[in-house]
Design a protein around this ligand. Structure first.
Ligand SMILES: C[S@@+](CC[C@H](N)C(=O)[O-])C[C@H]1O[C@@H](n2cnc3c(N)ncnc32)[C@H](O)[C@@H]1O
Length: 410
């Protein structure tokens, strides 16, 4: 990363590694980062009876991309399968042409085919995804060695990825150069700590259980550390724009403040957050919110939640909106407590971060997203949303999960 970009710079922080801090006061809605991925890979198993409904290059929905006037059937007919493997489907010949020179080169195509013969639908989904990631990474080393080195420079080391790497490495038909299995182990660790999930489109029915359509590794976005009450959040617009991600300030911060994302939805309970951060990211969070919640009693815990926590397992990837079925969310009474504290009736001030939940959590049913003001450079959109009665001190907030826009009084 450049020394300074979009108002943030990289510093080393003891116990946290690299961190991004504001080099000047930043205002809510300001874009601090917009960038393209180093690599992307599909979140669909390699061997499955149902084909991915997303283009294997741009990851837009095959049935609802660009021309909305076309019927779903027409859209599928106009999609384009790779003529070599016929397994990867693209929304257009243009997407296939680009992919055939980058992500779906003949080497990647042949290697994915070989992996499809070696893995079974009964193998864990994680193994399928690790296979896809390794193919994407080694393929990157062939056509973009600089980006491959960026990938290797990301944070990540892990001891529990060795068996997956040993299983997959020999299947990589053969790796494009003399990479050892240790490189595969190292790469899988980068993926585990740095991949962002690009989610399928939001629907109220699925809510926070919607799944990931693709994973992406982004060179600078990977430098944001975590905070359970983040001051920035990330947006993507896969179906309407592209697979770039944007990080926007949720609220104003002074110069020198570290800019953090939440690595998962902010409405997870203290225990779940601590557990995920320790198991998946290797640190115990001591942010302001955790310090407060560490003192909360477990009196209100639902026994079913305890069971769900015990059963919960799997590959958890840095993803603000990613949420797997069965994970506990902050309890309703906590939200009530938040609202009470926001109104100022809570004399015990047990929940000093209540303001965050009231102001910056989307209140749409089943969403759980985070709200950030529209970028200051988009006044026209803000104007459109304002009713005749709204004042110039209103701010338009956008949800990073469902995309809802709502006006709030400053
Ligand atoms: C995606 S990387 C973030 C950038 C990383 N600090 C670096 O040096 O590249 C995630 C890793 O950063 C560290 N980290 C992130 N947030 C942290 C926090 N709140 N406290 C301590 N370490 C944190 C952990 O080691 C975590 O596995």
């Amino acid at each position: 990363m450049a020394e300074e970009i979009g108002g943030v710079r990289v510093v080393e922080r003891e116990g946290r590694g690299r961190a991004l801090v504001a080099c000047r006061p930043l205002i809510g809605g300001e874009i601090v980062l917009k960038e393209s991925s180093i690599l992307l890979y599909s979140a669909f198993p390699l061997t499955t009876t149902t084909a991915s409904p997303y283009c294997a290059h741009c990851f837009r929905s095959l049935s609802s991309s660009s021309q909305e006037q076309q019927s779903q059937q027409q859209q599928r007919q106009s999609s384009y399968s790779c003529p070599s493997c016929s397994q990867e489907v693209f929304c257009s010949l243009e997407c296939y042409s680009v992919a055939s020179k980058k992500s779906h080169t003949p080497w990647a195509c042949q290697t994915l085919l070989r992996l499809r013969h070696s893995l079974s639908p009964h193998d864990p989904l994680d193994l399928h995804l690790q296979a896809r990631f390794l193919v994407a990474s080694y393929n990157l080393s062939l056509h973009s060695p600089d980006l491959f080195h960026s990938l290797l420079s990301l944070h990540g080391s892990s001891s529990d990825l060795s068996s997956a790497a040993h299983l997959l490495h020999p299947l990589l038909s053969p790796p494009p150069s003399s990479f050892s299995v240790d490189v595969s182990v190292a790469l899988l660790a980068k993926d585990k700590l740095n991949a962002f999930g690009l989610m399928e489109p939001f629907s109220v029915d699925q809510g926070s259980n919607r799944s990931v359509r693709a994973y992406g590794i982004y060179p600078n976005a990977s430098l944001f550390n975590h905070d359970c009450l983040p001051n920035a959040c990330r947006f993507d617009y896969v179906d309407t724009v592209d697979t770039d991600i944007t990080v926007r300030m949720i609220h104003d911060v002074p110069a020198g403040r570290e800019i953090c994302l939440s690595y998962f939805p902010v409405n997870l309970s203290y225990r779940m957050r601590q557990r995920r951060l320790l198991e998946d990211y290797g640190f115990a969070c001591d942010c302001d919110r955790c310090k407060v919640e560490a003192n909360w009693s477990d009196r209100d815990r639902d026994p079913e939640e305890e069971e769900e926590e015990e059963e919960e397992e799997g590959n958890v990837i840095m993803e603000e909106e990613e949420e797997k079925e069965g994970e506990e969310e902050v309890m309703e009474e906590d939200m009530a407590e938040a609202e009470e504290a926001e109104r100022g009736d809570n004399s015990e001030t047990e929940f000093p971060h209540a303001y965050f939940f009231v102001r910056y959590m989307c209140n749409r049913n089943n969403c759980g997203g985070t709200l950030a003001p529209l970028p200051p450079s988009l006044p026209s959109q803000s104007q459109l949303l304002r009713s005749p009665s709204s004042s110039s001190s209103d701010v338009v907030m956008e949800c990073n999960v469902c995309g809802n826009l709502q006006t709030q009084l400053l």
